[in-house]
Write a protein that binds this ligand. Structure first.
Ligand SMILES: [Zn+2]
Length: 417
């Protein structure tokens, strides 16, 4: 590996549009010949040959013999096409998912596969600077533990809860953490001496799925995540849709119960967040358990075995606790309506569900999908594919690492080069 890739002049080369086109072909196809890249892109053979040579000399791609049978090789005329392939561990990215009261850090390779990761819980009242200091320490620790060359780390992607200005790297407002105008990018760059990109954590999850997961090749992708809040991220035709003020995807504050709804932390009443988040569902389950002290639910919630309460209430529903099942269905009905509204506005090809919605997938998705299909305009709901995230609990860190991989290596998420 030639570390000069990371020097000023060479990193610019990687960021050229033509180079991005080749890297994206390699990412999507796995193995591809120069001729095939030429056929699929508008690049000339000479350009591809030059750029491929550059990538080979920098140790980013390798050339391999094509996998063909003996019979095929006998029939073939001339020298068989050699295939190009990315070397996944040629470079690395760091992903940081900042949730409410916990953060996860992961080191990934160029395929966004996790090499090493850690999870750290923190008190919600912890000042932002202290949390970021701790994140920087964990990143340094992971780089040391994995013994990877820091020169090979492309950069850090951060997916943060709340309103985030990607351009400025700023957490504009994260009410549940008490963060306001925290320049995550500047603070982490200064501490780590690595380039940093910051975005909303759900938007980062959408990026992860769009380029490295179930959403690859999907033209209009929506990711809907529920935990202590509900948010959405959109990737449309290979670009992240952030909105005019970085606020696209605040689906949690769409009003579902205009009359008599519960107060929401945003100041409104009856928002989706007051109906389908993890704390709301757990609270409802606790109330049911009190009313039905002999139920399976009450029994499960009382077992303090360290399993999160949400998993215990899902287990009770799966094992036939009818009251719990009905409660989940009536709450998730609202998620179905919210998804129908999303379908009417965005007309997505695919919706991926993450967080608590993926944890309770078997209980949640059938109800949410049925309501969505019944409620969406005309047949718009019929064609949309709805699946749980392909990354499970790793969706946040993989998404954050994907943000870094796209912006520092493959193709910027805002459509610029
Ligand atoms: Zn609200």
């Amino acid at each position: 590996m030639n570390n000069s890739l990371f020097s000023g002049s060479n990193i610019n080369l990687v960021k050229t549009h033509n180079m991005q086109v080749i890297l994206m072909s390699l990412l999507y196809e796995g193995e591809i010949s120069r001729a095939e890249i030429a056929k699929r892109t508008s690049l000339s053979s000479a350009t591809i040959t030059n750029l491929a040579s550059e990538l080979i000399s920098q140790g980013i791609i390798t050339e391999i013999a094509p996998a063909i049978s003996e019979a095929e090789s006998k029939r073939a005329v001339g020298r068989p096409q050699r295939m190009l392939r990315l070397i996944p561990n040629a470079c690395y990215a760091i992903g940081v998912h900042i949730g409410v009261g916990l953060f996860r850090v992961a080191v990934t390779n160029l395929h966004a596969d996790i090499i090493e990761n850690c999870i750290v819980e923190f008190e919600r009242e912890t000042p932002a600077l202290d949390v970021l200091e701790q994140i920087a320490t964990e990143i340094d620790g992971l780089i040391a533990d994995t013994a990877i060359d820091r020169q090979r780390v492309l950069g850090v992607g951060v997916g943060a809860s709340g309103l985030v200005n990607h351009e400025k790297g700023l957490s504009v407002l994260a009410p549940r953490l008490g963060w306001q105008n925290v320049n995550i990018q500047e603070i982490l760059q200064n501490k780590l001496s690595l380039p940093v990109q910051v975005d909303n954590n759900v938007r980062a999850m959408a990026i992860g799925e769009a380029f490295f997961g179930a959403g690859r090749g999907v033209n209009v992708l929506a990711f809907v995540y529920g935990r202590s809040g509900v948010g959405a991220g959109f990737v449309v035709n290979g670009q992240v849709f952030r909105g005019s003020g970085a606020g696209a995807g605040e689906i949690g504050h769409t009003i579902m119960v205009p009359e008599g709804g519960q107060p929401c932390r945003c100041g409104q009443k009856g928002c989706l967040e007051t109906l389908v988040t993890e704390p709301v569902i757990v609270r409802q389950a606790n109330e049911i358990a009190q009313q039905h002290p002999d139920s399976l639910l009450a029994q499960y919630l009382a077992q303090d075995d360290g399993t999160p309460l949400i998993d215990r209430l899902f287990a009770a529903a799966r094992e036939g606790d009818q009251v719990t099942k009905s409660m989940i269905e009536s709450q998730i009905h609202y998620l179905g309506i919210a998804l129908a509204n999303l379908v009417n506005i965005l007309n997505p090809e695919m919706i991926l569900l993450g967080g608590v919605f993926a944890q309770g997938d078997d209980l949640i998705r059938p109800v949410a999908c049925q309501v969505m299909r019944e409620t969406a305009f005309s047949s718009l709901g019929e064609d949309v594919i709805v699946e749980p995230t392909s990354f499970g609990w790793r969706a946040g860190v993989i998404g954050a690492a994907a943000l870094a991989l796209m912006d520092f290596f493959y193709q910027r998420t805002d459509g610029t080069t």
